[in-house]
Design a protein around this ligand. Structure first.
Ligand code: FES
Ligand code: FES
Length: 157
């Protein structure tokens, strides 16, 4: 089945199995390896990306779901290397990752969160981001999300 959608701002047409998980479309068909496979059961969040601005766990949605929609992966989060997304800036400032495997998913979930919560509390973050990090970087992630929200606000003023 031919599926038309936008990936990181580029119009794309793929002839694929409509039931293929979006994660494999992104990683194997489009060679965008930032989005990670963890559990494959919508539980860990490693595969989080955006569809029409909302965060989704791409291991558990079929390719046909994105027909006519706009998909953003970590590779498309910032406009350019010179204009980092506040989440990327804050992640660097707070030196968040350890092994790094879970981080793309956290960053995509966090990017959506700061759209919904311009000044998130730790409670807001914990209630809305249920991704898993086995390296224990959660305290730095909390700090980085609060910092990213500040950066985002400062860009508006
Ligand atoms: S790989 Fe998708 S939620 Fe774990
Ligand atoms: S940084 Fe290693 S799993 Fe999160």
């Amino acid at each position: 089945m031919e599926i038309d959608f936008t990936i990181n701002g580029k119009a794309t047409r793929l002839n694929i199995d409509p039931a293929m998980p979006l994660l494999w479309v992104v990683r194997d068909e489009l060679n965008l390896k930032g989005t990670k496979f963890g559990c494959g059961k919508a539980m860990c969040g490693a595969c989080t990306l955006h569809v029409d601005g909302e965060a989704f766990r791409s291991c558990s949605i079929p390719a046909e779901f994105v027909s006519g929609k706009s998909v953003t992966t970590l590779e498309g989060l910032s406009e350019s290397e010179e204009h980092l997304h506040p989440i990327q800036q804050a992640w660097m400032e707070e030196n968040v990752p350890q092994c790094g495997y879970c981080q793309p998913g956290f960053m995509m979930a966090a990017a959506r969160l700061i759209e919904q919560y311009p000044a998130p509390t730790d409670e807001d973050i914990k209630n809305n981001i249920t991704n898993i990090c086995r390296c224990g970087t959660q305290p730095r992630i909390l700090k980085a999300i609060r910092r990213a929200a500040e950066i985002k606000q400062s860009l508006k003023s």
